[in-house]
Design a protein around this ligand. Structure first.
Ligand SMILES: [Mg+2]
Length: 239
């Protein structure tokens, strides 16, 4: 029997990645006035720098902003103007200020699941930004708890389960990222409901979960989430 249901936030409940992709494209446009974009491999260099900085800076828009500034200085060999650095900082601030726009049918889906199970929002990244998004989403009253973690790995999911006193096979995690939302939970013995989003950050594309995993269900609209969660419970009960 399922006892606890976790929801991811970014690109599962509300739009997020599109804002980062837009900032990345604008970053290229700014740097492109100094260097040949193809020769400089601007996008690849930015992604490599983001991944290098993850351990030190963590996830989120502030980390991306610092990394964009660092990469712009490196790619232009220090020639980038203070005015353009200012533009890059503004790109990062725009991500932090974007409105929280829920994906279709999300509120009804969370309400339905919350009527039957304890629900927890588990999101990663910058604490201040994530807290603001949760508050603006209007969904915070539906969750029993909100967990903002630095990394979505087995250790941190395990901690959440221990705090609720729940075994992994009584837990379902719902999210758009196989790497962050599904794989670590399934590895612990839990269940996953994968809701793919139309764009995914390259870093999140790397995962080790095979297609058609017996404890993972895929849905394409939030309205299908309650049914998928019920299937997890049914399958778990039959084992
Ligand atoms: Mg997400």
């Amino acid at each position: 029997m399922i006892e606890l249901v976790g929801f991811d936030g970014d690109d599962t409940l509300w739009h997020s990645e599109g804002y980062y992709q837009h900032a990345g494209a604008e970053f290229e446009r700014i740097v492109g006035t100094y260097v040949d974009l193809d020769d400089a491999q601007t996008r690849a260099r930015l992604l490599a720098a983001e991944r290098r900085n993850l351990a030190l800076l963590g996830y989120g828009a502030k980390s991306m902003t610092l990394t964009m500034v660092e990469t712009a200085i490196e790619l232009t060999d220090g020639a980038i103007s203070a005015r353009d650095i200012h533009r890059i900082v503004a790109l990062g601030k725009a991500i932090l200020e974007h409105p929280v726009e829920l994906l279709p049918d999300v509120r009804e889906a969370v309400e339905k699941v919350a009527a039957q199970y304890r629900v927890v929002l588990i999101t990663k990244g910058d604490l201040h930004h994530q807290e603001r998004k949760v508050a603006r989403s209007g969904l915070d009253d539906l969750f029993h708890r909100i967990e903002i973690v630095s990394e979505k790995n087995g250790r941190n999911y395990g901690k959440v389960l221990a705090e609720f006193g729940i075994k992994a096979d009584a837990f379902v995690m719902i999210g758009n990222s196989l790497r962050s939302d599904i794989e670590p939970v399934v590895s612990l013995g839990g269940w996953g409901v994968h809701v793919p989003y139309h764009v995914t950050w390259e870093h999140e594309l790397e995962h080790g979960i095979e297609a058609g995993h017996p404890r993972v269900f895929v849905v394409h609209n939030a309205s299908e989430i309650p049914g998928a969660v019920a299937r997890c419970g049914g399958e778990a009960a039959s084992i």
